[in-house]
Design a protein around this ligand. Structure first.
Ligand SMILES: Nc1ncnc2c1ncn2[C@@H]1O[C@H](COP(=O)(O)OP(=O)(O)OP(=O)(O)O)[C@@H](O)[C@H]1O
Length: 330
């Protein structure tokens, strides 16, 4: 089911949480709402779910105007960061709950719950209570429960937000694989660009109540719409009034042309497989260049070395303050 959000506005008192937001979520895809804290991601997700009503604008689910439909009529499955399971019910009964209240035949419920527990790799924990599961297992149970009633849309609000980094990574892979199996239109909120880039088909960058850019992970990385997106989706450094990725910079002993500028290496650090060099160019803040160890050795990078630096031809660069300029219409 595709989702169309058209010109949505939302205020809390005087505070504008969403300002004319329009987004199309393709059917069957995995879409991330990515942005900094307080930018409006959860509000947008809640408006799609029907848990919050927009002040203006429309939400269409599969072409049908759902703007004023209550959540239960939208057929959405929802998973929050802190999932509220029924503490006194087993994992099996938690997953079965939605089907039982819909009075599905017992045999159908049994088959479906087993299928779901298998899908989320929790078959062996069917009889445990939620408190006897790890955080990651609990979130997988939450997903099984949300999927039980065959929602047309699955909405996940920082589903792995409360888990430690390793478990998050594991669940990220798992969510991608799960989605490939069930292909339900899924939207998930995250403030973690790596999570969004790794998992999503499409990313909607939401900041200060506005959509900064919509695109595939590659589009965002290779053609960021403005300085905000460029900074948010990867490392940046500033060279000659433009933002560029530190690994997209090349160093030369002789002037290679192509707008190269001359600088002096100020500091060098080796971090794992990469070498980071800071180059002082004119009076600007030092420019960060990342290289492999082999490259750094071949160039003889050490403090005091004098080198030319320029972006790799074709590398994305963005004026340092492109977004502010956009806003005032320059
Ligand atoms: N019910 C509410 N009443 C008043 N203000 C609210 C309410 N819900 C959200 N806000 C405000 O709206 C803004 C957007 O909140 P929202 O939760 O959508 O952001 P977010 O991008 O999801 O951030 P986070 O990642 O921190 O959850 C925030 O400044 C928040 O304080």
């Amino acid at each position: 089911m595709s989702i169309d959000v058209r010109g949505v506005h939302k205020k809390f008192g005087d505070f504008v949480a969403l300002d004319n937001v329009s987004v199309t979520i393709p059917a069957g895809g995995l879409t991330a709402l990515l942005g900094p804290s307080g930018g409006g991601k959860s509000t947008l997700l809640r408006i799609i779910a029907g848990l919050e009503e927009a002040d203006a604008g429309q939400v269409l689910i599969d072409g049908v105007d759902a703007t004023h439909l209550p959540p239960r009529k939208r057929n959405v499955g929802f998973v929050f960061q802190h999932y509220a399971a029924f503490k006194h019910l087993s994992v099996y009964r938690n997953v079965a709950f939605g089907l039982e209240i819909r009075k599905r035949p017992a045999q159908e419920v049994r088959a479906r719950v087993h299928e779901l527990l298998e899908l989320v790799h929790l078959e062996q924990f069917a009889d445990r209570l939620p408190a006897q599961l790890s955080g990651g297992q609990r979130q997988r149970m939450a997903l099984a429960r949300a999927l039980a009633v065959e929602p047309t849309v699955l909405l996940l609000d920082e589903p792995f937000g409360a888990l430690d980094a390793n478990v998050r990574k594991e669940l990220r892979d798992w969510l991608r694989r799960l989605h490939d199996e069930v292909s339900v239109t899924t939207i998930f909120v995250t403030h973690d660009q790596e999570e969004a880039m790794e998992v999503a088909d499409q990313i909607v960058v939401v900041n200060e109540g506005r959509v900064e850019q919509i695109g595939t992970p590659d589009e965002l990385y290779d053609a960021p719409a403005n300085d905000f997106v460029m900074r948010f989706v990867g490392p940046v450094t500033e060279l000659d009034g433009a933002l560029v990725r530190p690994h997209d910079l090349e160093l030369y002993h002789e002037n290679p042309g192509g707008g190269a500028v001359f600088g002096t290496v100020d500091r060098v650090a080796r971090v794992g497989f990469e070498v980071r060099a800071w180059l002082v160019v004119r009076d600007d803040p030092p420019v960060l260049v990342t290289l492999t160890r082999t490259q750094a050795k071949a160039l003889g990078i050490s403090p005091g070395a004098k080198l030319w630096v320029r972006p790799v031809p074709g590398a994305p660069t963005v004026p340092t303050r492109s977004r502010t300029l956009d806003k005032v219409g320059v």
